[in-house]
Design a protein around this ligand. Structure first.
Ligand code: NAG
Length: 287
């Protein structure tokens, strides 16, 4: 009887002693791309593991704190979701380029697409691997035709003799002198099936004034020295103030052969110019 009781007693003491001496477990983290759910780190406490959206848990889902202060299970790993290679036919017009290294497509990885010319890409130029293992919408390659460029008045068009014009084909325009072009001379067939620009040839302007000092390209010069203005060029005329002995300047622009002289400008005959001061030589008003 005595030895049995004694040993029972001993077992009880040993057990209590072990529980009292049980060490706390240490924080096992961090868990990359996941979370560790912890209430406390005491003996027998269970912690749970979960992975962030777009990551798959590989390994144990929970772990328990053991009497010696170690965890019953190792940390799991959160592996990114893998997307299958995008569905593009091997010899099709649509192709993609992997930007990141590695031979698999992982969650949040972006690839960029291109179409074989002359096909044009419609939709997003990139696609991203999503948390559910699918790709965002893939683009499409479509054929685009532009109409033959229309003939240009006072000018010409350079292009290859060809029946049809496709996406990214270019034509270039030129104007016969003295006409000048109002836009870039090159035009490109766009995705929309239209030409990027349609320049026109604009006429130069004669200046309908014989005697005047004008401001042209930042310089005061005699208007006789300017043979003509090109389309969109600007000159400034000097007008005399009606009330003060000063002058102000007014600009006018050549618009396709038309140049209007400001109403306030008074042309002075050669004879009268001996007596009258040129407004361009007067002090500017408002100074
Ligand atoms: C761990 O998961 C179990 C079972 O789902 C749950 O009962 C327990 O509360 C969780 N513990 C923590 C710390 O989240």
């Amino acid at each position: 009887m005595f030895p049995v009781l004694f040993s029972l007693c001993l077992v009880g003491i040993t057990h209590v002693a072990l529980a009292d001496n049980a060490r706390k477990c240490s924080y096992p983290g961090p868990l990359d791309n996941g979370e560790i759910h912890i209430t406390d780190l005491n003996y027998l406490s269970v912690i749970n593991f979960s992975c962030n959206n777009g990551f798959v848990l590989e390994g144990p889902t929970s772990s328990q704190c053991q009497v010696d202060g170690s965890w019953s299970a190792r940390l799991p790993e959160c592996e990114p979701v893998i997307c299958p290679p995008p569905l593009v036919s091997e010899f099709g017009a649509l192709s993609y380029r992997k930007i990141e290294s590695g031979d698999q497509f992982v969650f949040q990885e972006t690839i960029s697409f291109s179409c074989l010319l002359p096909l044009a890409l419609f939709g997003s130029e990139t696609a991203t691997c999503q948390a559910d293992g699918s790709w965002t919408a893939l683009p499409e390659c479509k054929s685009v035709e532009c109409p033959p460029p229309e003939p240009m008045e006072h000018g010409f068009i350079n292009f290859a003799l060809r029946g049809t014009f496709h996406y990214q084909d270019t034509v270039s325009y030129g104007c016969y002198p003295p006409y000048t072009m109002d836009e870039a001379s090159e035009s490109r067939c766009e995705k929309t099936g239209t030409w990027s620009n349609k320049p026109t040839c604009k006429a130069p302007c004669n200046i309908p004034v014989e005697r005047a000092t004008v401001l042209y390209n930042g310089q005061k010069i005699n208007v006789e020295k300017i043979k003509s203005l090109q389309h969109a060029e600007t000159i400034w005329f000097f007008c005399k103030s009606k009330t003060e002995k000063c002058s102000y300047k007014i600009s006018t622009q050549c618009i396709d052969g038309e140049l209007s002289v400001p109403g306030c400008f008074e042309e002075v005959s050669r004879f009268m110019s001996w007596f009258k001061k040129d407004p361009a030589d007067m002090s500017p008003c408002g100074n």
